[in-house]
Design a protein around this ligand. Structure first.
Ligand code: HEC
Ligand code: HEC
Length: 200
C-alpha cells in the first residue's frame, strides 16, 4: 500500500521546490528498502563535485574536481583559503571573484556565481571524499547537522539558493544528478522511512 502510494508520487509529473501541491509521504509510511534506495540517490547528489567541492570539512580549502577540472581532484587554484569565516574574510573574500548574480555564468572557467554570498559549507558537513555511511550518519545527527530533522533539512534544501546553483551551474560544468525537486522528494522518502543508513 505504502509502496503503491510512493510509486504514484514518484511518477507525478510536476516537481518544484515550492510547489505546495506535491504530496510528500507522511513519517512512517515508507518501508526501509525504499528509504535506502532514496538514500543512495541522495548520496549520488551529495558526493557529486557540484556539491562536494564546497563541503570540504575541517579543511578551509575548496576543491576543484569533476569533468571540467581534469582527471585528478585538486585544491582550488590561486591558494584560496576560506578561513574560519568560510567566506575568505581573513584572506581574499570569495565574492571578489564569485560575484552576486542570479544569472548563471556564461564564460567557461570563469568563477561560478549565485544570487547569494558564495562561501564554503560548515566544517561539520564534510562530504568531499567521504563514504555513503559517513555522510548518512552526519546528515541524521542533530548535533552535526545544525539541529535539523529531515523536514527541516528538506525545507533548507528547498530554500537555500547557494545549493540550487548545483543544478544550473553555468556553462561547461556538469550539473548535480536528478533535479532539485527529485532531491527534496528523496529527502522526504528517506526521512519518512526513518532515515536508514547502509551501515544499520
Ligand atoms: C581570485 C578569484 C577567486 C576567489 C577569490 C575564489 N574563487 Fe572559487 N573559483 C574561481 C574560479 C575562476 C573558478 C572556476 C575555475 C575553473 O572552472 O576552471 C572557481 C571555482 C570554485 C569552485 C568549484 C566550483 C565547481 O565547479 O564545482 C569552488 C567550490 C569555489 N571556487 C569555492 C570558492 C570559495 C569557497 C572561495 C572563498 C573562500 C573562493 N572560491 C574564492 C575563482 C576564485
Ligand atoms: C558554494 C558552496 C556550496 C555548494 C556548491 C553547496 N553547498 Fe551546501 N552548504 C553551503 C553553506 C555555506 C552551507 C551553510 C549554510 C546554511 O546551513 O544555511 C551549506 C549547508 C548545506 C546543508 C546543511 C548541512 C548541515 O548538515 O548542516 C545541506 C543539506 C547542504 N548544504 C546541501 C548541499 C547540496 C545537496 C549541494 C549540491 C546540490 C550543496 N549543498 C552545494 C555551501 C555550499
Amino acid at each position: 500500500m505504502a509502496c503503491a502510494l510512493v510509486a504514484g508520487l514518484l511518477l507525478a509529473p510536476a516537481f518544484a521546490a515550492d510547489d505546495e501541491t506535491v504530496a510528500y509521504p507522511a513519517a512512517g509510511t515508507v518501508d526501509g528498502a525504499t528509504g535506502l534506495e532514496a538514500w543512495s540517490r541522495i548520496y549520488e547528489v551529495a558526493s557529486h563535485p557540484r556539491c562536494a567541492n564546497c563541503h570540504t570539512g575541517e579543511s578551509d580549502v575548496p576543491m576543484w574536481s569533476g569533468p571540467s577540472y581534469g582527471d585528478e581532484p585538486r585544491q582550488h587554484g590561486m591558494r584560496i583559503r576560506a578561513g574560519e569565516s568560510r567566506i575568505g574574510a581573513e584572506h581574499l573574500t570569495c565574492s571578489t571573484c564569485h560575484s552576486y548574480s542570479e544569472i548563471p555564468q556564461t564564460v567557461p572557467h570563469a568563477a561560478p556565481r549565485v544570487g547569494a554570498s558564495w562561501q564554503l559549507a560548515p566544517a561539520e558537513a564534510h562530504w568531499f571524499g567521504k563514504s555513503s555511511e559517513f555522510i548518512c550518519a552526519q546528515l541524521r545527527d542533530l548535533e552535526r547537522n545544525d539541529g535539523r530533522d529531515y523536514l527541516a533539512l528538506a525545507d533548507h534544501i528547498g530554500h537555500d539558493v547557494i545549493l540550487h546553483w548545483a543544478w544550473s551551474p553555468g556553462v561547461g560544468r556538469e550539473p548535480a544528478p536528478y533535479s532539485l525537486a527529485e532531491h527534496i522528494m528523496d529527502i522526504h522518502l528517506w526521512g519518512a522511512a526513518g532515515q536508514p543508513c547502509p551501515q544499520d
